[in-house]
Design a protein around this ligand. Structure first.
Ligand SMILES: *Cc1c(COP(=O)(O)O)cnc(C)c1O
Length: 231
């Protein structure tokens, strides 16, 4: 319901502003990406009407109807893993893909973006868990992937994203701080044509900590749309 979403969004914006204030930051540096996954297309439409114009989905297929329902003026973010064979759809649907994590996907996004006549904005997802089965490039692999992305005409690298292990908010702070350090180091490489200004980190449970650690994009689902049910 739109009234519920409006109310939750207001509360969320206040918490974002308070966290920004604690870190001496301007709240306008922080974009809330409303994560609609598992919620109906009407939730995306209501969010857009309530003025939330950045929305996120984990899967291309699930996003389609919501992108349609939310209408013009909404920037859609892909925040889940992208299969190479879905790149051709993703470049037409998403303003920003947060989950670039391998060379093959970079090349395919570039090729598909060229065909679609667009320049695809991307973030590189970094895996800080040390567990190989988790999504994202390892910190050691970041430079090579960033240089590849920079060399491709039709993709534009804007920053980094991470999903920390599932832990209480204060225990994830070191992961957010680490992504920020990695970002600062990456920025010092001065790779032409790229920027590392965006840091996508923080969800409902820990976005305030992420903002204190300089997140610019927080991906918030539950605090706006309520609990998810996976039935
Ligand atoms: C689902 C999801 C979110 C939002 O999670 P909430 O806890 O509901 O805020 C953020 N980021 C990613 C990558 C997700 O999969």
């Amino acid at each position: 319901m739109i009234e519920t979403i409006e109310k939750r969004l207001k509360e969320l914006e206040q918490r974002v502003a308070a966290a920004a204030g604690r870190a001496g930051r301007d709240p306008s540096e922080i974009t809330i990406v409303g994560v609609t996954k598992t919620h109906p297309a009407s939730a995306a439409r209501d969010a857009a009407r309530a003025g939330l114009l950045d929305l996120g989905e984990n899967y291309v297929q699930e996003a389609r109807a919501k992108i349609e329902a939310a209408g013009q003026g909404v920037r859609w973010h892909l925040i889940g893993p992208l299969q190479t064979n879905k790149a051709k759809y993703a470049v037409r649907l998403f303003h920003l893909i947060h989950t670039l994590d391998r060379p093959k996907l970079a090349k395919e996004l570039d090729r598909r973006a060229a065909k679609a006549g667009v320049c695809q904005k991307v973030l590189i997802q970094v895996n800080l868990t040390g567990k190989e089965q988790r999504a994202g490039v390892s910190p050691e692999g970041l430079r090579e992937l960033a240089e590849l992305a920079a060399s491709l005409e039709n993709i534009e690298l804007l920053g980094l994203m991470t999903v920390p292990p599932f832990l209480p908010a204060e225990e994830v702070r070191p992961y957010f701080a680490e992504l920020r350090r990695i970002r600062d180091r990456a920025a010092s490489w001065s790779i032409e044509g790229t920027s590392f200004r965006e840091l996508s980190m923080g969800m409902t449970a820990d976005f305030e900590v992420a903002i204190e650690e300089r997140a610019t994009l927080v991906r918030v689902g539950t605090a706006i749309f309520g609990e998810r049910s996976y039935t």
